[in-house]
Design a protein around this ligand. Structure first.
Ligand SMILES: [Zn+2]
Ligand SMILES: [Zn+2]
Length: 302
């Protein structure tokens, strides 16, 4: 599980900050999370291969999270994309895409599927062979959801030398990797623990785009390996954070502490700050394992 950061700005492209979008790689899947204006430029700039993307998750319909979506969808029209594309987001996403396409004369040569996430409760929105995706409500000025990506447990790793040692036919290997002992033709039973090694633990990543501090978030992201949480403001602007349903860096870090996460990534920085040094120091004072969502940053989760 790997995350590539494309942008970290709130509101406008101040100080050259690109808008929010993350790319999540799980196995061969390429997943886009939020798609602010200029996301395609960032994909090109950071050399992310994204044509295989089949799932796009949108947290809410504020422009800084979604105004890059139509550009991306119509570019795939020009490229004569055939593979279907699944879009996930709160109510209004389908209307936005279909209405804009109609007004702009866009005809999609590929199938678009929509899954609308509820904004009042958590919900499983995708059950993929490798992972699951769950939505949960965020506390923002408009209907907004966060996304939780969880890898499924992997099969055990076969120890290659044991295949030769016990002359194990390949037809037995799936059962052994699932945890079964091996019944040797000579009558011996070889315990699974001698044949396999533990797989990597399943990893998890949660994405909280725009939100005031929320108990629902703390519950939803409990124990994740990497939490992305917005940190629009610094401590001195706590009141503005409250009025606009955003968070300070320290509040994001407090969420990380209460949820017991492995690492915290903060982003969505207000244009009033020329750099993110203050955000980072205020967050680290509360939760040391914090990093900033710098464009181009690639993070291995877990
Ligand atoms: Zn925003
Ligand atoms: Zn917003």
């Amino acid at each position: 599980m790997q995350v590539t950061i494309l942008g970290h700005s709130a509101g406008g492209p101040y100080h050259g900050r690109p808008f929010t979008s993350h790319v999540l790689h799980i196995g061969n899947e390429v997943i886009l999370i939020d798609c602010g204006e200029g996301t395609q430029m960032q994909l090109f700039h950071h050399r992310v291969r994204y044509d295989a993307c089949q799932h796009i998750f949108i947290t809410h319909l504020h422009g800084d999270h979604v105004f890059g979506l139509m550009g991306l969808l119509t570019n795939w029209c020009l490229k004569k994309r055939e593979a279907s594309l699944h879009l996930y987001g709160p109510e209004g996403l389908q209307a936005l895409v279909e209405h804009t396409a109609q007004v702009c004369g866009v005809r999609f040569p590929y199938t678009l599927k929509f899954s609308i996430a509820p904004v009042d409760d958590s919900a499983f929105v995708l059950d993929h062979p490798l992972f699951t995706v769950q939505s949960f409500p965020l506390h923002h000025r408009m209907p907004t959801v966060g996304w939780l990506f969880r890898e499924k447990p992997r099969p055990r790793n076969m120890i290659p030398e044991k295949i030769a040692e016990y002359d194990i036919h390949f037809s037995h290997i799936p059962a052994i990797k699932s945890g079964e002992d091996f019944a040797h033709p000579d009558g011996r039973v070889i315990p699974n623990s001698e044949l396999t090694k533990d797989p990597l633990a399943p990893r998890s990543y949660a994405f909280c785009s725009d939100t005031a501090p929320s108990d629902i978030v703390i519950t939803a992201v409990q124990g994740v390996d990497l939490l992305y949480h917005e940190a629009t403001f610094c401590e001195e602007h706590t009141e503005e954070a409250q009025i606009s349903y955003h968070s300070t860096a320290a509040q994001a870090a407090q969420i990380a502490v209460q949820a017991g996460v492995g690492q915290l990534m903060i982003g969505h920085f207000s244009g009033r700050y020329a750099d993110e040094a203050q955000h980072l120091s205020e967050a680290r004072a509360v939760f040391q394992r914090t990093m900033t969502a710098t464009p181009g940053l690639v993070v291995e989760v877990g």
